[in-house]
Design a protein around this ligand. Structure first.
Ligand code: ADP
Ligand code: MG
Length: 230
């Protein structure tokens, strides 16, 4: 029902593109997300930051901005005393990029520990012939340049999800290359299964991307979200 609300709110706003404002979709399906909230004023941003931590991540939230970092719309490690100004700066950058952009606000998000992790991409889309598909790959050049992805038809049994991790060429990076600890593969597989369930339950979701899903030895966290609805 929480998931249904998120999708209905989007259609009320007359947009078919959603971003981090829809993170509760993932929460509703038991996919771990860092603490975060979308706010529409610098004062509220400060208020949320005080609850979340000494340093936070701040992101512009706009259906008209697909790649937030491309326009300087993501600030990582913002200390308390800079939260207020960071809010105004993010909005100014968005306005500068596209004066008539719809700006929903700014997300204030918990800092996620990336060093011990691997940035993965999990996503879904729809094939006219096969129906809902689930995709998995590693972030960075692996998906974009090497087109190194695994694809399955949803829904997805846990054991089937698990095979996706071994299917990509970059698989050794998940098993602890260069003296690192292996990531929690079961948590990644579980996330793939839960996403498959989400898109099976909601045919209106045409396309969805969690980029990155950070995979660490102690579990996963979905840091960013983007989706297109019918
Ligand atoms: P976009 O993909 O629209 O540019 P993201 O939300 O994916 O925006 O943020 C861009 C990058 O910033 C991420 O790939 C990640 O490296 C870093 N980042 C984003 N959110 C966090 C976070 N909560 N903690 C640590 N790093 C983050
Ligand atoms: Mg991203």
């Amino acid at each position: 029902e929480a998931a249904r609300d998120v999708l209905e709110r989007a259609s009320d706003r007359g947009t078919n593109r959603l971003g981090v404002e829809a993170m509760s979709l993932l929460d509703a399906y038991g996919i771990p997300t860092p603490a975060g909230e979308v706010v529409d004023s610098p004062v509220d941003a400060l208020d949320v930051a005080e609850r979340i931590g000494d340093r936070v991540v701040m992101k512009i939230v706009s259906p008209d901005i697909l790649h937030k970092s491309d326009i300087g719309g993501v600030k990582v490690g913002v200390p308390r005393e800079e939260v207020y100004d960071a809010f105004e700066d993010l909005v100014a950058r968005a306005r500068n990029y596209q004066p008539d952009a719809t700006i929903l606000g700014v997300q204030v998000q918990e800092m996620v520990e990336m060093e011990s992790g691997v940035e993965t991409i999990v996503g879904t889309n729809r094939d006219p012939q096969f129906g809902p598909l689930v995709l998995f790959g590693l972030g960075g050049i692996f998906v974009e340049v090497m087109e190194d992805t695994a694809v399955r038809i949803a829904p997805l049994a846990e054991s089937e999800a698990r095979t996706m991790l071994d299917d990509i060429k970059a698989a050794p990076l998940l098993s602890g290359a260069r003296g690192r600890d292996p990531v929690d593969k079961a948590a990644v597989a579980e996330t793939l299964g839960r996403l498959a369930q989400l898109v099976t339950d909601f045919p209106a979701i045409l396309e969805l991307d969690v980029n990155p899903l950070v995979a660490r030895p102690d579990g996963v966290q979905a840091v960013d979200l983007r989706l297109t609805v019918d």
